[in-house]
Design a protein. Structure first.
Length: 184
């Protein structure tokens, strides 16, 4: 009888002793064990959302192996072991991330966003993607027109035309209400 390399369970020839009856099809197995496994993992992880995530991932890993897993005495144990392993790995990753953040120290202070910057961001959203790209690369990333053209894979003339159109559109969008009234 083959043994599972993850949980050590052996397969069986008969239907006797199965943890979940009539689970020949994965969907019914999933429906029968999912909530129970999430409850168990929530007690282990302390977070029901994380528990749901690791059980979902364990089920996703079980699905392609279902033909083999359904022959085990308790396929639920295999899924539980995989979910436990995923939870432990997640906690290790979180600890390493926290240690790295502590080594780096507190982040640099971020200056408050000005009204002008918010207005510019909103005005940029009114441009086409092509126009936003050239504006951001040329004016905000401070790249020369030739480099913008190379990065976007377009001719220099196209970049210049897009910049001119974008400047015109931004000027109209960012004009003060008083100036708009004078133009009308």
């Amino acid at each position: 009888m083959p043994a599972c390399s993850v949980c050590g369970l052996t397969s069986h020839a008969s239907q006797a002793g199965r943890a979940v009856e009539a689970t020949e099809d994965f969907d019914s197995f999933y429906a029968a064990v999912f909530a129970r496994l999430v409850g168990q993992l929530a007690l282990v992880t302390g977070d029901p959302h994380e528990a749901e995530d690791v059980v979902q991932e364990a089920m996703a890993r079980a699905a392609p192996r279902w033909a083999q897993l359904r022959a085990y005495d308790a396929p639920e144990a295999w899924v539980r072991r995989v979910a436990f392993n995923l939870a432990v790995s997640g906690h290790r990753r979180a600890r390493r991330r926290l240690a790295a953040l502590l080594r780096l120290g507190p982040p640099a202070p971020v200056p408050p966003v000005s009204v002008e910057a918010l207005a510019l961001a909103q005005a940029l959203q009114g441009l086409t993607v092509a126009h936003r790209q050239v504006v951001v690369l040329h004016y905000l990333a401070d790249l020369p027109v030739q480099q913008v053209a190379r990065e976007l894979g377009v001719p220099v003339g196209t970049v210049k035309a897009r910049l001119a159109r974008a400047r015109g559109a931004l000027a109209a969008r960012l004009a003060e209400p008083a100036q708009k009234g004078k133009q009308a």
